[in-house]
Write a protein that binds this ligand. Structure first.
Ligand code: ATP
Ligand code: MG
Length: 567
């Protein structure tokens, strides 16, 4: 069985060209991530790739973990899947001592605090929010590869901080950071790039290590990341990028989809593949996604791969206030669960972190366990570390219990019970985590040993191979990118939340539309959109709702539901 077998002809075309520059430009759910994993598997299978010389790059560690998981499921081991940042940091730490003779500088742990100290030095006292906005400008300057002088020509001010004061503060920040011998997050990429540029020995060693590069979600690459990618490549051409310009949602942090769109010009010998069929979502969901992007320049129309999978019509529900919206969503999810749905198949997505508290509370009142994407990672949870240590310790004591009973016994010793505590809160999260460990033990089967199981858990921890939790996912739209769920609730579709209040320019609104698009295209079958009038504040429905064509509103008490899209 070949890694190419389960691909359609276009996907296969992109996957079987394992050398040379390849770009896949295609819409949501068309199998881009699938193409790159199968392409890597195929390259390994037919002997072109040595696994540890393949570097797959992503923008979040969640996405890197997802890639590793998909590769592992295909039996491919040793391929590196990392964020740009993690790859750069590893190289910096490795090569710095050989170049500079000492250890690499420390990473700034609190940029805003450091910036506040720098502000003191130039006699400025911006409030915390202004400092955060200034930090964002510093980040943007670096990832777009502008010097402070170049930034100065833009004449940008932040709040009450004038353009010239901002430039002074930027210089003071760099000076203070140098004095403390620290690097910030963006400096890691800059320093890594600088080291490869100025040290031929480092460049040689780095290019010896990695030969084949793949980037998922390439529309999100910044000028700085792209520069680093070029340096890693050197004169080689083994690069495969996949992306969708309609899902560019990090422009505000310097992402630039033109690297994706111009790939064919940058690499004239490249193969460009377009994928036409969406394998993820039912036709009614695609109808809504297409309506939202209709007439947007460069937007790709999504067509369902299989005509048979109809599905419920997406709905829009209006509520009086945020509490009613959160309770309404929780009640809907309760009904779906009672009807046989699995919590892990459901996600609630929203624009801002601030929206999550009300949703988490409403769900926990309905006894629905949740976990937030981007929260504490599974293997970083103290309860999980403690459980692994306890399983290891128990391995040395003789026992006549079967393997899975022995694991259950160890977890009981840590206070685990069969009965779940009330949903919401840290106790339930800990219980869910231990429950996931039990499921892993059951999967491992009774031929396993405690020792072997502890080692397996440690190996999983090392490459962030998290077990699936059986909880409803809560996530911001940004964190949900690349992922999919059978049922998606999109909350807060009102003016001010989506588009968010500070998106006022045309570009800003377009980015918000792409965020809504990312949210909608996460749904496989069921999509339920909602918004709240915000009590007396009288919010209006999001302009995106009229773009997707809300029809007949059904009044439910003071709330209203309607279905959208033609499918
Ligand atoms: P996004 O733009 O949201 O990141 P994507 O283009 O990366 O989406 P994938 O996540 O790779 O899309 O694929 C979407 C879903 O469709 C996945 O569940 C994937 O397994 C499935 N899929 C893709 N191609 C095929 C295929 N040829 N046959 C069956 N299922 C497929
Ligand atoms: Mg993808």
């Amino acid at each position: 069985m070949s890694a190419l077998d389960s691909l359609d002809p276009e996907q296969r075309r992109a996957a079987e060209i394992v050398r040379g520059p390849v770009a896949v430009l295609a819409g949501a759910g068309t199998g881009k991530t699938r193409v790159i994993t199968h392409r890597i598997a195929y390259g390994v299978e037919e002997g072109t790739y040595t696994p540890n010389r393949v570097l797959a790059l992503t923008f979040t560690s969640k996405a890197a973990g997802e890639l590793r998981g998909r590769l592992r499921a295909m039996g491919v081991v040793g391929v590196q899947a990392k964020t740009f940042h993690a790859a750069a940091l590893a190289q910096l730490n490795y090569f710095w001592p050989t170049v500079a003779g000492d250890t690499a500088p420390r990473i700034v742990d609190n940029k805003v605090r450091l910036l506040a100290h720098a502000a003191d030095a130039v006699r400025l006292r911006p409030d915390t929010n202004t400092l955060r906005d200034i930090a964002a400008q510093i980040e943007w300057r670096k990832v777009t590869m502008r010097s402070i002088d170049e930034f100065a020509t833009l004449d940008r001010s932040v709040g009450a901080v004038s353009a010239s004061a901002l430039v002074d503060l930027m210089a003071a920040y760099e000076k203070l950071k140098d004095e403390r011998r620290q690097l910030d997050f963006e400096d890691v990429l800059l320093a890594c790039a600088g080291m490869i540029e100025s040290e031929p020995r480092v460049a040689g060693a780095v290019r010896e290590q990695y030969r084949h590069f793949t980037v998922d979600e390439y529309q999100d690459v910044s000028a700085l990341q792209n520069r680093l990618l070029e340096l890693w490549l050197g004169t080689r051409r083994d690069i495969c990028v996949v992306g969708d310009a309609s899902q560019t949602i990090y422009s505000f942090t310097g992402a630039d989809a033109s690297f994706l769109l111009d790939f064919g010009r940058t690499y004239p010998d490249s193969t460009i593949v377009r994928l036409e069929r969406n394998y993820r979502s039912a036709p009614p969901v695609l109808g809504v996604a297409n309506a939202l992007m209709r007439d947007r320049p460069g937007a790709l129309r999504l067509v369902a791969a299989t005509a048979d999978a109809e599905g419920p019509r997406p709905t829009v529900t209006a509520y009086d206030d945020d509490l009613a919206e959160a309770n309404g969503i929780a009640a809907r999810i309760r009904a779906l669960l009672d009807g046989g749905s699995t919590p892990g198949d459901i996600a609630v997505l929203y624009r801002s972190h601030a929206q999550s508290a009300a949703l988490t509370e409403a769900l926990s009142r309905q006894q629905i366990p949740t976990s937030a994407l981007g929260g504490t990672r599974f293997f970083d949870m103290p309860e999980v570390r403690q459980a692994i240590l306890a399983i290891r310790a128990a391995a040395v004591a003789p026992s006549d219990l079967s393997f899975s009973s022995a694991v259950r016994d160890v977890l009981r010793g840590l206070g685990h019970s069969d009965e779940a505590p009330d949903a919401g809160g840290a106790r339930r999260a800990a219980w869910e985590a231990r429950q996931a460990i039990l499921r892993l033990a059951e999967e491992a089967g009774d031929g396993s040993t405690l020792r072997g199981f502890a080692d397996e858990l440690l190996a999983r921890a090392k490459d962030q191979h998290e077990p699936a939790l059986t909880t409803v996912t809560l996530a911001t739209l940004h964190a949900a990118k690349g992922l999919e769920w059978p049922t998606v609730f999109l909350a807060g579709a009102s003016e001010g939340l989506l588009p968010i209040s500070y998106a006022t320019t045309l570009d800003g609104i377009d980015e918000e539309r792409r965020l809504a698009y990312v949210g909608i295209t996460r749904a496989e079958r069921r999509l339920e959109v909602s918004w709240s009038r915000g009590g007396r504040a009288a919010r209006r429905p999001s302009r995106f709702l009229s773009e997707i064509g809300t029809d007949t509103l059904r009044e439910v008490g003071a709330s209203a539901t309607g279905s959208v899209g033609r499918g």
